[in-house]
Design a protein around this ligand. Structure first.
Ligand code: GTP
Length: 343
């Protein structure tokens, strides 16, 4: 499955940044020429030259890699300053202020809801003050002009806000559908691959715990499948409550995995053993039945440049040994390799 598809927002923002960089670079270059050589607006013209250069830098940068927040923020703030300064300096008849209406769309597409809201409000206030203090709005009827302009700006702002809000919400819902186990809410196998590739691979002291409930078939047989389901949900929240820094995944029927970043062999083992012991001494009260269950755990440490498949396999082998040795125990991959060397 294509994990990149789950990073839709990043791809969208990068694409918008790239092509906005190109289009605004070309436009700013043309306007700079006009302002420097025809209109004699040297300040504005010089700023437009700087802006055009920055836009082309962004365009070439984002062609090869993902853009940064500071680049989008600088582009938006710089463009807003150019438009407000242009509105302040130029004659109202040049209609330069019309560009203001494009800003909310750009803010929301490039920076999202929070920045979009704040920047759209700042620009609205700035442009409002500038237009109100302009000595004359002639030949335009000033009241009509201000009402029409404000309503157009507010409508575009509202549409941008609604669009970004729904886009982000649907994106989140799709991501949850793709990454979460519907029964327990823990991450699924795809989520495991996703977090490993995106967040964990380069972290120090990464450990994996493979956890498998012991004799779970007996629970289903004795209490029914529904009770079995509720046990799986309880066990997931049991793990979550005890993990301060890490991720829980359900990767099979009664099989779970936990990533522990920033750990060491001793702490990873102690954490696994604490989970095992706590679970073994916890009574689950479901439908007035007191149910107790145990778990077997395999632990492995991530070796640099190892694939996720190999990483999981080493923990799985340790888990298999824990089952073989009678269940309700923790076996580490390190321990296993020592045993293999000795035999
Ligand atoms: N209630 C419920 N049971 C499930 C689910 N997925 C798998 N199972 C059950 O989990 C049980 C797994 O059985 P086994 O693979 O024999 O493992 P076990 O009984 O836990 O024995 P060991 O792992 O060897 O200790 C089977 O009975 C499956 O039907 C689920 O989503 N809900």
């Amino acid at each position: 499955m294509d994990i990149g598809a789950l990073r839709g927002t990043q791809a969208l923002r990068n694409n918008v940044l790239k092509w906005m960089g190109f289009c605004l670079g070309v436009l700013a270059g043309i306007f700079a020429g006009f302002n420097l050589f025809i209109n004699d607006f040297f300040v504005l013209g010089a700023l437009e030259v700087v802006f055009a250069s920055f836009c082309f830098y962004i365009f070439f940068y984002t062609r090869r890699r993902n853009g940064h927040l500071w680049q989008s923020l600088t582009l938006c703030v710089f463009l807003s300053l150019l438009i407000t300064l242009g509105t302040y300096l130029s004659d109202i008849k040049s209609l330069l202020f019309i560009w203001t209406c494009s800003l909310p769309v750009l803010f929301y597409l490039l920076l999202g809801k929070q920045y979009g809201k704040v920047l759209s409000l700042i620009v609205a206030v700035l442009q409002g003050v500038i237009l109100l203090t302009k000595s004359s709005l002639e030949p335009l009827n000033s009241v009509n002009f201000l009402l029409n302009f404000s309503f157009t700006y507010i409508s575009i702002w509202a549409v941008s806000h609604t669009f970004e809000n729904s886009r982000a919400e649907y994106g989140k819902r799709l991501e949850n559908l793709a990454l979460l186990d519907p029964l327990t809410g823990a991450g699924n196998r795809l989520a495991m691959t996703h977090y490993f590739e995106v967040e964990l691979k380069n972290k120090n002291g990464l450990f994996i715990l493979m956890l498998d409930l012991d004799y779970f078939k007996n629970i289903n047989d004795q209490y029914g499948h529904d009770v079995g389901d509720r046990i799986l949900i309880e066990v997931t929240s049991f793990f979550r409550q005890r993990i301060s820094k890490g991720y829980v995944f359900r990767i099979g029927g009664e099989e779970f995995a936990i990533f522990l970043p920033d750990s060491d062999p001793q702490s990873a083992y102690e954490f696994a053993d604490m989970l095992r012991e706590h679970l073994a001494t916890t009574i689950h009260n479901i439908d007035e039945q007191a149910i107790n269950l145990t778990i077997s755990i395999g632990v492995a440490c991530y070796m640099p440049n190892q694939t996720l498949k190999n990483f999981i396999k080493r923990a799985d082998d340790a888990l298999y040994q824990a089952k073989q040795q009678g269940r309700n125990r923790v076996v580490t991959a390190y321990e296993l390799s020592q045993q293999n060397k000795a035999s």
